[in-house]
Design a protein around this ligand. Structure first.
Ligand code: HEC
Ligand code: HEC
Length: 333
């Protein structure tokens, strides 16, 4: 199986290289996060406003940033998200940081990319609870938005495609380069402590790397949650099978990125693990049949905390005011 192959290949290589005293044969399975490139600055600025604008929700109170708070690692730090009318959602909010690097969006990968994803929440009754038509009506009523859309997209009318494209372009800038792990990968050998390096070694040699690899240490495959032992939080959730209809994909999820994982608690699709120590313990037992000692667990957690990169910084967007004829929010009906 794929998991075993990667680990076996790495261990063979580690053995060979180990003979000359360098045991980091897994390094090539990761890569540093690159700064955003080839982005359209006009779309980014517009998308940033839309990302923060709660007027895209029925209540006028919920924006993308409510559940993907850029002051908190691009998540809401609660078990499962709270949407319109205080409804508790069924699933944990994944981070938007580095999500442009993922092979697909959502835990089950049902959206191919960020643009496709961005249309979902506005019209999701459990999230922003609006409709695309009503959201466009609000934007069309605000003169400064009309001007900015026209400037950026050169079209007469605002449509949902422009909205999702601008948001997606902004999200492409939400990458977090320069973590200590990346500095280490790029050759700064003092960037990690002995304990963190010991954690990195455990992470590789125990087999975590089989699923958490690539620039995002995840985000590039769908894997079953509960390979060696079943996971109790799978009940009532289809996972990837909800998209493919294949029984073999039951309880499979997009492997979450471990970038900035120190900031994105609680963990798993159901938000059941409150701490990194707990998440690492569950992963060891359920995915690899391995019970880590407290010392090993601590070292892996120390390594995971080196994955926190530079958080996006920008001037908070000031949103254009509503006009007299802008439809008013209806939070209570
Ligand atoms: C009420 C909370 C809420 C709001 C508001 C919200 N989201 Fe989400 N978002 C979630 C949840 C929960 C998921 C995971 C859903 C799933 O996988 O089924 C998610 C998933 C995502 C993902 C996928 C990330 C990944 O790695 O799979 C992206 C990107 C995203 N949202 C962006 C946005 C944008 C852009 C907006 C605004 C237009 C937005 N979200 C509004 C809660 C929210
Ligand atoms: C067989 C593939 C696989 C292996 C091996 C694996 N993981 Fe995971 N990991 C996943 C999947 C899938 C999830 C999401 C599970 C869920 O949400 O139900 C996940 C989730 C996580 C999370 C929570 C991230 C979040 O944002 O919710 C952490 C932390 C984690 N893994 C660390 C590890 C560590 C440490 C190891 C090694 C001990 C490991 N994983 C081994 C597939 C794997």
């Amino acid at each position: 199986m794929r998991v075993k192959n990667i680990v076996a290949a790495g261990l063979v290589a580690a053995g060979t290289v180990g003979a000359v005293g360098v045991a980091w044969a897994f390094d090539h399975l990761y890569s540093p996060i690159a700064p955003p490139k080839a982005i359209d600055l006009g779309k980014v600025e517009l998308g940033k406003k839309l990302y923060f604008d709660p007027r895209l929700s029925k209540s006028g109170f919920i924006s993308c940033n409510s559940c993907h708070n850029l002051s908190m690692g691009g998540t809401d730090n609660i078990k499962t998200s709270i949407g319109d009318k205080w409804q508790q959602g069924p699933i944990n909010s994944p981070t938007v940081l580095n999500s442009s690097l993922n092979l697909a969006q959502f835990w089950d990968g049902r959206a191919a990319d960020l643009k496709e994803q961005a249309g979902g929440p506005i019209a999701n009754p459990g999230e922003m609870a609006f409709t695309h038509t009503l959201a466009l009506g609000v934007l069309e009523s605000i003169p400064a938005y009309v001007r900015e859309f026209k400037l950026v997209f050169k079209k007469d009318k605002i449509d949902i495609d422009q909205v999702t494209e601008a948001i997606a372009e902004f999200e492409k800038t939400l990458v977090t380069p320069n973590s200590r792990f990346d500095q280490w990968l790029l050759g700064k050998k003092t960037a990690l402590t002995q304990d963190e390096l010991a954690g990195y070694k455990l992470f590789n040699e125990s087999g975590c790397v089989a699923c958490h690899n690539g620039p995002n240490l995840g985000g590039n495959s769908f894997q079953k949650m509960g390979i060696v032992e079943p996971y109790k939080g799978n009940e009532g959730v289809a996972g990837r099978a909800g998209v493919t209809g294949k029984d073999a994909d039951r309880f499979s999820y997009k492997v979450p990125t471990l970038r900035n994982v120190e900031l994105t608690y609680p963990y798993f699709h159901d938000g059941a693990a409150n701490t990194l120590a707990e998440a690492v313990d569950v992963m060891g037992r359920l995915q690899l049949g391995k019970k880590f000692t407290a010392d090993e667990n601590g070292k892996i957690v120390a390594f995971l905390k080196t994955l926190t990169g530079d958080q996006p910084t920008f001037t908070l967007p000031i949103l254009p005011p509503s006009a007299d004829n802008t439809p008013r929010p209806t939070p209570f009906n």
